[in-house]
Design a protein around this ligand. Sequence first.
Ligand code: ADP
Ligand code: 5GP
Length: 210
Amino acid sequence: MKGLLIVISAPSGTGKTTLVNMLMKSHPDMAFSVSCTTRKPRPGEINGKDYYFISLEEFEKKIEKNELLEWAEVYGNFYGTPKDRVIKALNEGKDILLDIDTQGALQVKKNYPDAVLIFILPPSLAELERRLKSRGTEDEETVEKRLLIARRELKFATRYDYIIINDKINEAYKKLESIVTAERWKTRRVREHFPELIKDREMLQLLNCK
Ligand code: ADP
Ligand code: 5GP
């Protein structure tokens, strides 16, 4: 079956990385799009796994060579999705997940209307602030900047196909998994694979009648 292009966005600190990691762990068949960024790595981040950490010059070259599916400036750094990995996964019938910001997500939807856009919401702005601070990876000024941008990003949530409120992590995860399953079984995605999926010849004939 043709793979799904799944795009997940959320204001920084909502819990998107946590949810994406849970999904990737229980779906090893799913590919994750590793983005390029000009941001410096955080402690524990691995080049090639979390991001490809590159210079601004290298990033600009990728734009020039049309190697990025989408790109955007987020929090003063550049981020972009390498095109080759996404196209390869979809052609191989693999689902691929993109963890990108709202500007990038809307660019993807414009070029690939079939993409599934999921927005993760925090239960409240106060809880978002608490999570950002408790993660302890950003200084006070960066936290403030991210909270300001969060307010801007929330305005785009209703343009997504699905919204998940990440209050209790396990409940949010169940919703995420249900969305992926439902999308995989959409009639328009499944019908071209009837011959592989349905072994009963008579039923297959009936299904193929208009
Ligand atoms: P994001 O990728 O959206 O920036 P993270 O996944 O890094 O966010 O989560 C931010 C912080 O909030 C982390 O410390 C994480 O453990 C915590 N967190 C994530 N989801 C929940 C939740 N449902 N309830 C409480 N804390 C959460
Ligand atoms: P962080 O620096 O916290 O890892 O990510 C900051 C923001 O950049 C997040 O909203 C994340 O989704 C977004 N981001 C990460 N990779 C990409 C990308 O390739 N393209 C775009 N447009 N945004 C990205």
